[in-house]
Design a protein around this ligand. Sequence first.
Ligand code: TRP
Length: 453
Amino acid sequence: MSAREQWSSRTAFVLAAVGATVGIGNIWRFPYLVGEYGGAAFILVYLGCLAVFGLPLMIAEVAIGRRSRLNPVHGFRYLATETSGSPAWLLAGLMGIVATLCILPLYSVVAGWTMAYLVRTASGILVGVTGDGARSIFNALISDPEKLFGWHTLFIVSLTLVAARGVRQGLERAVRVLVPGLFLILLSLLAYSWGGDALQRALDFMLAADFEAVTMAGMLAAMSQAFFTLSLGMGALMIYGSYLPGDASIIRSTASVVLIDTLMAIMAVLAVFPIVFSSGLSVAEGPGLVFQTLPVAFGRMGGGMILGSAFFLLLLFAAWSSGLSLMEPAVAWLVESGVLGRGWAAVVVGLIVWLLGIGVVMSFSAWSFEFTFADEVRTGGLFDVLDILSASILLPLGGLAVALFAGRTLSRKLMAEEIGGGEGLGFWVWYGLIKYVVPVGVVVILLRAVGGI
Ligand code: TRP
């Protein structure tokens, strides 16, 4: 077997990991949460959660990946048996792969909506659209399986082609274009709103620290968002860490990723709010914000066609670079099991996700069904099932597994060696957090997600 590939540099890792972490969560969830839970006060709590839970867990995940230099399934098993832990730890890796396979079809279908909207904004159909109009256009799209099927197929094929080419020729080359592209588009959206009084209003809105709005629910939301936005708990960062060159500093690399992800989330708030405010609209959550509110805003403003296209391109890039990291753990697992070469492994994973995606495509039409989870009625069929299973259950469980493995199963000495810098004060802070604080935090996120608190 040929030597295992690595990123060409630390920067390549940072770009790839930023690509993985900056996703639709930064663009449609974060701005909404900031608005809902008290502006700057929420941001402060969120930054605290990043420092106390997010960064330590990311360090652990990347360190486990690099130490094993394997995919999550083989990696957990190898490290566990090496340190006389139970080989059953491989289940933690397997769970991560199941999670990626659940979340990828969702990403694909949402990326499909995005491509459809990119075409619509660019062609000018949305100019002057009203709120009701935007709503019915969106509903017509999500209940049109034929259109969605085409976009979904295109997205999966493009991910498969990149994954088939391997780490340097595939992933690294893609993120070298996608991530700077993301950043530039965000900057131009910001530049557009700069100077207008809508930006001032967005800033006021964001910086108005309303500490009363940071309720218990707000703090839990900050914690879950810190965890979700960093793409933790599914082996995506573990596999990216397994390609990190041995001499690169894990602390510096992960700290850069967290910093850039946060910066991009804040830039998204400052880009999205002025657009919404300048059209006299208010901020909504999730798909509603992106596919119903924003099209109305773009339709009303001069240059809305260009701005709107830039925005949907931004969302597409974000989904694409995250999609690549979701595909990689399963592909690497097949390759390192020795059953398939990289090309075929990519095709098999692509095919599985494509098939699952068909169920998601039909979730809002022929195959929709209703069920209740954590006291909430969900109507989105398989879309909602996969969403709950991955984001609410498998992700926190995966995070818990990583924290327990790094803090308790593997020896302190081994972790110190891998993270580097010896057992200084910084290391002890990390160790205390990963051993005692992070597990509690992740269990709280899990309980919240299943409606336990
Ligand atoms: N971080 C992504 C976002 O902000 C979502 C996400 C969660 C993700 N886990 C992931 C993306 C794993 C890629 C891989 O939208």
